[in-house]
Design a protein around this ligand. Structure first.
Ligand code: FE2
Ligand code: FE2
Length: 210
């Protein structure tokens, strides 16, 4: 049987927190990390909004204000994330990250302390599992266009995010370049949609131009 909605949502929170911790330390490829966080946070929020939040408000109309508040907090977090994206090459990047991480942390705490316990109270176990399956489907649908794996594929048994496997076949100059370098090359080549592409996708598009 599929996991229940509360377990799936909380597991995904832990996955997101791992990515936010990497963002705070600011090591590695900023662009790639921000792309992954954008994809996963957006898919998580949309799946909650489409499948889980309406079920809470429907089962207990008295919870509607709490649910509306949760929608607002998604907007707030996404607003802070937009600033992170806009300031990626700016000295103010760190401040934007701090504000974004605080907004997500606040929302996750409220969701885990208030919203999800209420969901457990207002629906039965079967419904909780059905909502879990619906959440996972909606999330996978949202992630499909981004190239990032759905969490059950991305998280190993210990809940750690798996890193991508890079096949070393000797490679070309694009294989050896960082995502930032590839992005700059893509910019010069005027490749459309480059800001949303992962390293491998940029390399693929650049190879087509040779
Ligand atoms: Fe959540
Ligand atoms: Fe949420």
């Amino acid at each position: 049987m599929a996991a229940d909605a509360v377990t799936l949502i909380m597991n995904d929170h832990r996955l997101l927190e791992g990515l936010l911790a990497q963002l705070r330390t600011d090591q590695g490829d900023r662009h790639a990390l921000v792309e992954e966080i954008t994809a996963r946070l957006t898919a998580h929020a949309r799946a909650e909004e489409q499948e889980v939040y309406p079920a809470i408000a429907q089962a207990d109309p008295g919870e509607k204000p709490e649910v509306d508040h949760a929608y607002d907090e998604h907007l707030q977090a996404e607003h802070e994330l937009a600033k992170v994206r806009n300031l990626i090459a700016s000295p103010h990047f760190g401040d934007a990250v701090t504000a974004f991480v605080a907004a997500v942390k606040h929302h996750v705490e409220e969701e885990e302390n208030e919203v999800l316990p209420r969901l457990r109270e207002v629906v039965d176990a079967d419904t909780l599992h059905r909502l879990g399956a619906a959440f996972a489907r909606a999330q996978a649908r949202e992630l499909a266009s981004t190239g990032f794996a759905a969490p059950d594929e991305a998280v190993d048994a210990d809940g750690h995010a798996q890193t991508e496997t890079v096949v070393d076949d000797g490679g070309d100059e694009f294989d050896k370049a960082t995502r930032d370098e590839l992005y700059e090359m893509a910019k010069k080549a005027d490749i459309a949609g480059r800001s949303g592409m992962k390293k491998e996708e940029l390399a693929k598009e650049l190879r087509k131009q040779r």
